[in-house]
Design a protein around this ligand. Structure first.
Ligand SMILES: [Zn+2]
Length: 445
């Protein structure tokens, strides 16, 4: 009986949380690992016990949830790692626990109930098709993460058998591209550039005017607009909606670099991001000593700056949410195996990324992208949407294929879903918007 009190009272959760702690093995000797569930109670991971007592961890959705749910072998990953302590702790009723202990039977571990949504995750997974890429869907008002897809994916039901090649795969198949993948932001970074311009010209940014001739040049740097489109006379809203490279390079040439750096920092670029899962650190790279060409490229998202899809989801969530970010999370509650709640996550504010006024202005610019700009495929639906498209070049050699980006949100007046999509090596520039539309459609129709 002694161990019950020992594990529930004496042992520090932090010590036990390390997946390499040998004490966990002794917990696993006493407890059948609990289930990981989606927000409707659908089983994402469960342990099946054979008659001879051997256990097998089973993932009913296979590759669809592989990165976010993770695996419980080979050092563990994903929710199997962050929820390890809870899954190996039993809050079954005390008499039952005692009875099982006297009979030398294992107790049943607690369930980790996630914020994930099987329908949205499955839709996003299939919408990416054969492309590599990632999709994140969040609820901006709470910070709940409903979807986290990364492709290429792997079969979590056979990680041990395939470990050698999984671990050495040149496409970094085990990497969660959604939260750890680093990409040039492309034109989604025009959100950051527009915000910095607004901050430097608080009184008259709406009077900004630019005459786009289809390209901009400075000394021997020539940067064209997409498809060499001549956008003509545009204000800031028009430059944003058209995703006009020439206009944003023009803005970038005159921005205050240290102010630009501070704005990027306030948007959490360069910070360790919040979240109960592994994240990579994005980086804004522009120095005062950099060339004019660097400033132009950075302003249109094609400089040395690197961001994760998750980073862009958080910036978008703060815009949707009136300037502040709710702390993102994946674990909604922990229940004992009969469904009685042991603990629950309460949504809480994480940080102010911008002011309410700034978020309202960016919201309006992002609405115009759907109303008459590069994401007009999202207009005329039963739901309203706003967002920003992007095309990121990743190779000097093959300019016919680019990474396609979209960040946005639905239900503009009271935002419901935030999405961040990257499609790697996409043939068409708008593939990411199409993925977002499939996800939104599955939610609203
Ligand atoms: Zn243009």
């Amino acid at each position: 009986m002694g161990y019950i009190g020992y594990f529930t009272v004496v042992t520090s959760q932090d010590i036990i949380k390390s997946p390499y702690n040998p004490r966990l093995d002794s917990m696993a000797d006493r407890v059948v690992r609990g289930k990981i569930l989606d927000r409707e109670g659908n089983v994402l991971a469960e342990t099946e016990v054979a008659e001879d007592g051997s256990e097998y961890r089973y993932y009913p959705y296979g590759e669809i949830f592989a990165h976010v749910v993770g695996y419980s072998v080979q050092g563990k990953s994903g929710l199997e790692s962050t929820g390890n302590f809870e899954l190996l702790t039993s809050n079954a009723f005390i008499l039952e626990k005692l009875k099982r202990e006297f009979q030398d039977e294992k107790n049943i571990g607690d369930n980790v109930v996630t914020t994930l949504d099987v329908n949205l995750q499955t839709t996003a997974y299939h919408a990416l098709g054969d492309n590599k890429g990632a999709v994140i869907v969040m609820e901006p008002s709470t910070g709940k993460i409903l979807t986290m897809v990364s492709k290429p994916s792997f079969e979590p039901n056979s990680v041990i058998e395939n470990w050698d090649w999984l671990n050495s795969d040149p496409e970094s198949i085990l990497l969660n591209r959604a939260s750890q993948g680093m990409y040039a932001p492309g034109s989604t970074f025009k959100i950051v550039t527009a915000l910095e311009y607004m901050r430097e010209h608080p009184e008259d940014y709406s009077a900004y005017m630019y005459e786009c001739a289809g390209e901009i040049s400075y000394e021997d740097t020539v940067i064209p607009c997409a498809g060499h489109n001549v956008h003509g006379t545009e204000d800031l809203a028009g430059s944003f909606a058209n995703s006009c490279n020439a206009s944003f390079c023009n803005i970038g040439m005159n921005l205050d670099v240290s102010g630009y750096q501070s704005t990027a920092e306030e948007l959490l670029i360069g910070s360790k991001l919040p979240g109960d899962f592994a994240t990579g650190k994005s980086s804004f790279r522009l120095e005062k000593t950099d060339s004019m060409a660097d400033k132009m490229m950075t302003a249109m998202g094609q400089g040395k700056t690197q961001v994760s899809p998750y980073q862009m989801a958080l910036i978008t969530a703060s815009i949707a949410n009136g300037g502040y970010l709710m702390r993102p999370y994946l674990i909604d509650s922990v229940t004992n195996y009969t469904g009685t709640i042991v603990s629950e996550t309460t949504p809480e504010k994480y940080a102010d990324l911008m002011t309410l006024d700034e978020s309202a202005q960016l919201k309006a610019y992002m609405s115009d992208v759907v109303n008459y700009g590069t994401a007009s495929v999202l207009s005329g639906q039963s739901y309203t949407a706003a967002g920003k498209t992007g095309t990121a070049e990743y190779s000097m050699e093959s300019s016919d294929k680019n990474h396609s980006w979209f960040v946005g949100f639905t239900n503009i007046d009271n935002p419901e879903l935030v999405i961040s999509v990257i499609v790697e090596e996409s043939d068409g520039g708008r593939k990411a918007v199409d993925v977002a539309k499939e996800v939104f459609d599955s939610y609203y129709y």
